[in-house]
Ligand binder design. Structure first.
Ligand SMILES: [Fe+2]
Length: 389
């Protein structure tokens, strides 16, 4: 991320900084102890100040352990809208590195929320709005990735709906891939995006209201509630490299080659033991003998999850917008029968999809069971009679 400064900050860090004679509270928010990226924020009130300690509610995933290890198709389209931007997130699969879910919020949450121990990504399939944060107000729209670093207190204001988000949270860091950055951290010329494509909050206005405000912090596998007697978005200014931002998937510059480019060509973010990739509309492979679809592959150490956003995905039949395929490790996968022949000579794809590949196995929730299409497992099968006629 690039350096950003918003609002008022003093010329030197760790020096007296006042507003109307009152000393402001300086907070350093950083990763990896004091060795990672950080921002410095100036609050009207100490961020430690809580008037009352409320309940702690554990997060319990309802696990589904299937009795067969197969490729899976999960259709989220029929899932009814409902809930708010935090508790309306419904987890479909998770492991120790990442949790993936779907949210279709229809109402706002009055309380403020902070993920105390995880970075979050919201991929906005449908909808728009604003996220009010301690770093300022971040507008978001359709097909934005919204990246919210841990420690960010925020509240979502929903704009025009309907709203459908693919949600991720990780105990690790969401970053651009190392190989896209030079040794100073700047994005390289061959990266599929530049610093200009990442949008920090648009405006910062400190809130000075007093009253009763609820804050919900996700920590230690649950939600801890607090009551504050001041508005938590009380930051007068901040600067640094840690802040929420948006990146629109259509600002990803897709790569094609003379022959097929593998998924790392589409990588957008990295986390610990997982990646997030963007499959965007693009011209296809131009060699006259090119096969413009993925070859069959056994990713021996990866689980591949693809969420279909728009367009027709070339290598899948019967997979509609809002569907998720899970191709787990231990099994090969590839285009479904007949699709390779059909794709030969194609010069362009309009597919739009978000992929998350994890190195470690994913566990499934009962929601994944409820949305599971068991016929997907045998959708590569060509009966012998059909094959010979
Ligand atoms: Fe794959």
């Amino acid at each position: 991320m690039r350096y950003v400064s918003m609002g008022r900050v003093p010329p030197k860090r760790h020096t007296q900084f006042r507003e109307n004679g009152t000393l402001l509270v300086e907070e350093v928010m950083g990763y990896e102890g004091f060795s990672g990226n950080e921002s410095i924020l100036y609050h009207l009130t100490s961020p430690c100040d809580v008037a009352e300690v409320g309940e702690f509610t554990p997060i319990e995933h309802q696990e589904w352990v299937p009795d067969a290890h197969v490729h899976r198709l999960t259709d989220t389209a029929p899932l009814p809208p409902g809930g708010d931007p935090v508790f309306g997130r419904q987890v479909l699969m998770w492991n120790g590195d990442v949790e993936m879910g779907i949210a279709k919020p229809t109402e706002e949450l009055d309380a403020f929320y902070r993920n105390g121990e995880g970075d979050e990504v919201l991929f906005v399939h449908e909808g728009s709005g604003e996220i009010e944060t301690i770093f300022g107000t971040l507008p978001f729209g359709t097909h934005d990735y919204v990246v919210i670093p841990r420690g960010t207190t925020y509240r979502v204001r929903l704009g025009a709906g309907p709203h459908t988000w693919l949600t991720f949270t990780t105990p690790g860091e969401i970053e651009t891939p190392n190989r896209y950055r030079n040794r100073y951290g700047q994005l390289l010329e061959h990266a599929p995006f530049s610093q200009r494509d990442f949008h920090p909050p648009a405006s910062l206005e400190p809130h000075r209201e007093r009253g009763e405000f609820e804050l919900i912090v996700r920590v230690r596998g649950g939600y801890q509630r607090f009551t504050l007697d001041y508005h938590p978005l009380d930051v007068v200014g901040w600067d640094g490299y840690v802040y929420p931002y948006t990146f629109n998937i259509h600002d990803f510059e897709p790569k094609s080659g003379r022959l097929h480019q593998p998924p790392p060509a589409h990588q957008t973010f990295q986390g610990p033991n997982f990646v997030i990739c963007s499959f965007c509309p693009r011209n296809l492979d131009w060699d006259p003998l090119a096969v413009p679809l993925p070859y069959h592959h056994s990713n021996l150490q990866s689980e591949e999850v693809i969420y279909y956003v728009d367009g027709q995905f070339g290598s899948r039949r019967g997979v509609d917008v809002g569907a998720i395929t899970l191709h787990p490790s231990g099994l090969p996968h590839g285009p479904q029968p007949g699709l390779v022949e059909k794709a030969l000579g194609s010069t362009r794809t309009e597919e739009l999809a978000v992929m998350c590949d994890t190195f470690r196995p994913l566990r499934l929730t009962t929601l994944a069971r409820d949305l599971d299409d068991p016929s997907y497992a045998t959708s590569w099968h060509t009966p012998v009679e059909a094959a010979v006629t």
